[in-house]
Design a protein around this ligand. Structure first.
Ligand SMILES: Nc1ncnc2c1ncn2[C@@H]1O[C@H](COP(=O)(O)OP(=O)(O)O)[C@@H](O)[C@H]1O
Ligand SMILES: [Mg+2]
Length: 322
């Protein structure tokens, strides 16, 4: 588990004080794929540097798996940092080393014996799909391949958490998707917590289990993605999955129905049709956190239709009104 407790960080610039993080507390559960969202200047990169112990906060704590990072000695902190996996935006590969040698580098620093290193590098190359590129230098690899090497290198010391700050912003759309799929796979298959910092909400809607939204150095909202997008009061939930998109209605009320799980979505409209003469204004199925989520915008003709819809609401079926 990774905990941020009342972290504040300010910068001084030309006599002015900029509060980059203002009393931020959050918890990243084990095994989460935790997305951090916010506009430029929101404080995301500052939080990233503090979570990875590249920078100290002015006050507050970061506790990873029980270790209070900033109360460790310098040496202990250096050791501890080896267990925090970092994926860099510009890959930060060593140009004079092959893909395999880049992945091996942290293992050399940690004094892992050669035979064990070889084995581990082989496994990691397989994991990131670059077994046939082991002997290529960074200049011989595409951006996506370089980032795969970066991810393998970050995983070499078996971290409990992998953090990335805009790790795909140097990549095109299709490559971005592949890299995020790889990070999801690492999260699922290795059980490593993954923190993805991005301003692209589309990425978070598809991949994140939890999202925290930042604005002006403050944490404004956080929680499981499914809870956020089915909570009518959630701003980030609305940004992740917009509500009420369509045309004017003619009935007495306009309802937004969100259905989780295919078994509910499939029969819902037919079943509701037995009780109400509704009109569908829009409907779509989204991939959210590996689940299918169906959303219908309905035009309801009368109070009986409203009552019939209300009676169907459950954990899996959320009903909201415009
Ligand atoms: N080294 C620095 N010196 C002065 N101000 C900084 C520094 N780094 C970040 N800031 C300021 O702190 C705020 C948060 O920045 P940052 O954490 O980079 O946000 P984000 O990554 O969300 O765009 C911004 O107002 C930024 O200008
Ligand atoms: Mg940033």
């Amino acid at each position: 588990m990774l905990e941020v407790l009342s972290v504040t960080k300010t910068y001084r610039q030309r006599g002015r004080t900029i509060t980059a993080l203002d009393d931020v507390s959050l918890t990243i559960p084990d095994g989460a794929l935790y997305g951090i969202a916010g506009r430029s200047g929101a404080g995301k990169s500052t939080l990233f540097r503090i979570l990875t112990a590249l920078q100290r906060p002015d006050s507050g704590k970061v506790v990873i798996d029980g270790d209070d990072l900033f109360s460790l000695s310098r040496r202990a902190l250096r050791e501890r940092r080896r267990k925090i996996g970092i994926v860099f935006q510009q890959f930060n590969l060593l140009h004079g080393r092959t893909a395999a040698q880049n992945i091996e580098f942290p293992l050399e620093l940690a004094g892992v014996p050669a035979e064990q290193r070889r084995q581990r590098v082989g496994d990691l190359l397989d994991l990131v799909g670059l077994a046939d590129r082991a002997d290529n230098y960074p200049s011989q690899l595409s951006g996506g391949q370089k980032q795969r090497v970066g991810i393998a290198r970050a995983l070499a010391s078996e971290p409990s958490v992998l953090l990335s700050d805009e790790a795909t912003s140097a990549l095109d759309g299709e490559t971005t998707k592949q890299i995020l799929d790889l990070l999801s796979q690492v999260n699922r298959e290795l059980g490593v917590s993954v923190v993805i910092i991005t301003h692209e909400l589309d990425i978070l809607r598809r991949h994140a289990s939890h999202v925290a939204a930042f604005d002006g150095g403050r944490l404004v909202e956080d929680g499981p993605v499914l809870s956020l997008i089915t909570d009518p009061a959630s701003r980030i939930g609305h940004d992740l999955l917009p509500r009420f998109t369509s045309a004017p209605s003619h009935g007495i009320r306009r309802a937004l129905v969100t259905l989780r799980g295919e078994e509910h979505a499939a029969g819902f409209l037919a079943d509701y049709g037995k009780d109400a003469d509704y009109r569908v204004l829009s409907g779509a199925v989204y991939d959210v956190v590996g689940e299918h989520l169906a959303r219908y915008e309905l035009d309801l003709p009368d109070e009986a239709a409203v009552a019939a819809l209300d009676s169907r609401s459950s954990d899996a079926i959320t009903v909201e009104y415009a």
